[in-house]
Design a protein around this ligand. Structure first.
Ligand SMILES: [Zn+2]
Length: 402
């Protein structure tokens, strides 16, 4: 068999290709040790003596039509003449425990970024459990440790990852988008474990933290970062307001006469939709509703008015506007609205802090798609460490190589 050209495809230092046997779906490559290279002790770098050899195999990248490529080589057991330690030597780039080359594991890891683990079998004949194990090992090896220096802005939120295990707490660098921390649960302890990793020096550099007003993180952040500003997330506040609209809509429906009930019915999403997302008919229906129902008209108008709060550049003007909005709510006569306005006034500092730092949990919200995509590709993730590595990978280099 003529193998000279093909040898360059199997560059394992200290070994040479001695034979290649091929069929359409199987390639076997025999490697022989090149005696010109000395055996190096993996412990101390000294020279190893050779005592025993053992034939071993390792899977390698597919070649041509052959999905299965097997390297056959001699593993050498020996004792080091310098440190006296025993070791088994394999060609570099082969992982003897996985019985595979590192480049095959890296290839599988690249595939796992863009296709479901179950489909990898069709491309390289590696089952999903192995693919996940290899992908995890490659990520542990390749991804840098979270950069905890020079943190200025933090985004913290909970995410639902699956039905059985429920929630995880995620912490992201608000300036770079790097995902720094993930822990099971949405309680204080899930966030405390992040701050435990930071030195006092690192904590002092953090100037602002965005969180959901209703979450469990406020106290931990206050306690750990007494100097930092807390910013209540704009999107969560708007979602809270949507809940108010819903409450008023249900109350109005209960009170309404039969003919007005027909107008209120089926308008839930019309009340939430932005004008540019409504069809002409949806707009007509909504206008009819606002015409017959005073309270719904008020909460609807105040919805757009509330969003305006986050357009102010200066804190002073935003504060004036917030006070004005809360006065409108107070005189509206709609109790749910007054209740909501009082809660805003209590959180005034944290809401107005937005003007100074202009951070939201938007970048973490956008991560919802990534979370569900990864969970889908892994057919549900049982291993939270793996999920964290996958999310970190996406956060560090969000542009998929195609
Ligand atoms: Zn040694």
């Amino acid at each position: 068999m003529y193998v000279r050209g093909i040898r360059t495809l199997f560059p394992f230092r200290g070994y040479v290709v001695s034979r290649i046997t091929m069929s359409a779906d199987l390639v076997q490559v025999n490697l022989r040790r090149d005696k010109r290279f000395r055996l190096v002790c993996p412990g101390c770098g000294g020279t190893m003596g050779r005592s025993r050899t053992k034939l071993q195999t390792a899977r390698d990248l597919p070649l041509g039509t052959a999905m299965l490529v097997v390297l056959v080589y001699e593993a050498i057991q020996g004792r080091c003449s310098t440190c006296g330690g025993y070791a088994t030597i394999h060609p570099p780039g082969i992982d003897p425990h996985a019985k595979a080359t590192r480049r095959l594991k890296e290839f599988v890891s690249r595939l796992a970024r863009s296709m479901p683990l179950l489909h990898i079998r069709d491309v390289v004949g590696v089952d999903d459990v192995t693919a996940m194990r290899w992908d995890k090992a490659v990520l542990i090896d390749k991804l840098p440790q979270p950069d905890l220096d020079n943190l200025r802005l933090l985004l913290i939120d909970e995410k639902s990852v699956r039905k059985r295990h429920g929630y995880v707490t995620l912490v992201m660098n608000g300036a770079t988008g790097e995902l720094l921390h993930m822990a099971e649960g949405k309680k204080k302890a899930s966030l405390q474990s992040f701050f435990d990793k930071l030195s006092d020096e690192q904590k002092k550099r953090i100037v602002a933290v965005a969180i959901d007003r209703n979450g469990a993180y406020y106290e931990v952040v206050r306690e750990q970062l007494p100097e930092a500003d807390i910013v209540f997330d704009k999107f969560h506040l708007i979602a809270n307001y949507h809940a108010v609209i819903d409450e008023v809509r249900r109350a109005e429906w209960r009170k309404a006469h039969a003919e007005d009930k027909a107008v209120i019915k089926g308008q839930r999403y019309n009340l939430f939709r932005n004008p540019w997302n409504r069809t002409a008919k949806q707009t007509r229906d909504l206008m009819a509703l606002l015409h017959v129902n005073r309270n719904l008209a008020i909460v609807y108008i105040l919805k757009d008015a509330l969003r305006k709060l986050w357009t102010y550049q200066r804190r002073k003007w935003a504060a004036k506007y917030l006070a004005k909005w809360c006065r409108w709510a107070a005189v509206s006569g709609v109790e749910a609205l007054r209740h909501f306005a009082r809660s805003l006034l209590r959180a005034k500092e944290e809401i107005l802090n937005f003007c100074k730092h202009r951070i939201t949990l938007g970048p973490l919200e956008a991560f919802n798609n990534v979370v569900s995509r990864i969970i889908h590709r892994a057919c549900g993730v049982r291993d939270l460490d793996y999920l964290f590595l996958k999310l970190r990978q996406e956060s560090l280099a969000p542009d998929l190589p195609t």
